[in-house]
Write a protein that binds this ligand. Structure first.
Ligand code: KG4
Ligand code: ZN
Length: 343
């Protein structure tokens, strides 16, 4: 079963073909992030216009690479061997989403293939199923840490997710990005660069300069806006030693994410922890979760860094594990209207 997926929820235009939900055959990602660096954040109108500019070249490239990879005789043969399409339908910037959804619906009708809608956040979880899915047991706890979300979810099985808690204000990635901007490290998506800067700190030990918000509360919620303000006050006070301040901030975020996640792991007695979203590329978070899960005898799954940030591979995986049977039945029943409720 080969699924071609499209992801266009924000500033990445991505397309991938994945076999049986686990074998990545091709993945193409184009990004407009350089344009948003100039404005210090995403201007939705600019992001959607870039989606429009990138979508055809990304689709063309995907079919070409897929053809090369599978040794097909031409594009027609490549297309014929694809069983279904999948597309991110939200959450995301509406103008960006519309480009991917419109492209996917058009291809679905032209190619007469079923189209499977995928939630972007559920997709992030499925990055863990690509490549090596063996060992994941249900129920599992999932930590979703992206630029827009910080959520804890109990996954009882495919398509059976229970929301446990999430951020009351800023997402962890958003907080990384805003603090990176305050520190003059980067004007846009500075999480990875802040983390790199923190490695330059030569001081021994962590002074715990910043609060660990909501750690003492008996829930699975988070709050990061106060932490961001605490860093701002500290920077404004003149004590501006960037690398060690960055490390102190990073430690605070990682402490909170680790503690709340392990609380969910222990309370629900799960044996698998799945992590997803751009912030799961953070090496300090990966190290901290590895240490704690090893202590607790729990299996930890974190995608390789390239699959943590937005791409279409995990959209194809999520589609395969969740809705593929339904989609195939619908195409049999109504070949030209196989859009599964998408407007
Ligand atoms: O999942 P993602 O690519 O896009 C969304 O769906 O939001 O996540 C992007 C977020 C950004 O906030 C970015 O700064 C953050 O992930 N990020 C990181 C790292 N790599 C990406 N944050 C901390 N450390 C990193 N290494
Ligand atoms: Zn994302």
């Amino acid at each position: 079963m080969k699924i071609l997926a499209i992801e266009s929820s924000c500033d990445e235009t991505a397309c991938a073909v994945v076999e049986d939900g686990v074998k990545e055959l091709v993945s193409v990602v184009a990004s407009s992030k350089d344009f948003h660096e100039k404005t210090g954040g995403v201007v939705p109108e600019v992001a959607s216009r870039k989606q429009l500019e990138f979508i055809f070249p990304v689709l063309e490239r995907t079919i070409e690479d897929y053809c090369e990879k599978t040794g097909c005789s031409g594009k027609e043969q490549a297309i014929a061997s694809i069983d279904a399409l999948a597309v991110t339908v939200g959450p995301g910037l509406i103008g960006s989403l519309v480009v991917g959804v419109t492209a996917a619906k058009t291809l679905s009708m032209a190619w007469k293939k079923p189209l499977i809608p995928v939630n972007h956040l559920v997709g992030h979880i499925y990055a863990n199923f690509t490549g090596n899915p063996s060992g994941i047991t249900f129920p599992a706890v999932c930590l979703l840490v992206s630029g827009g979300h910080t959520d804890l979810v109990l996954m009882k099985g495919h398509g059976d997710l229970v929301y446990l808690g999430g951020t009351m204000d800023d997402a962890a990635g958003e907080c990384f990005d805003k603090v990176a901007r305050m520190m003059g490290i980067s004007r846009y998506l500075g999480g990875a660069l802040l983390s790199k800067k923190a490695l330059e700190c030569k001081e021994q030990g962590v002074a715990k300069l910043f609060p660990r918000p909501m750690l003492d509360q008996d829930n699975y919620d988070f709050s990061f806006s106060g932490l961001k303000t605490a860093v701002k006050r500290y920077l404004d006070s003149g004590e501006r030693e960037v690398p060690c301040t960055a490390r102190e901030f990073e430690e605070a975020v990682v402490d909170v994410l680790t503690a709340k996640t392990m609380k969910a792991v222990n309370n629900f007695g799960v044996k698998s922890l799945l992590v997803g979203g751009g912030v799961s590329a953070n090496s300090r978070l990966r190290k901290s979760l590895k240490k704690e899960t090893e202590k607790a005898g729990v299996s930890l799954f974190i995608p390789e860094p390239r699959l943590c940030t937005d791409n279409a591979v995990y959209i194809a995986s999520a589609a395969y594990f969740n809705n593929v049977t339904k989609a195939l039945n619908e195409i049999k029943a109504e070949p030209s209207l196989n859009i599964m409720g998408l407007v």
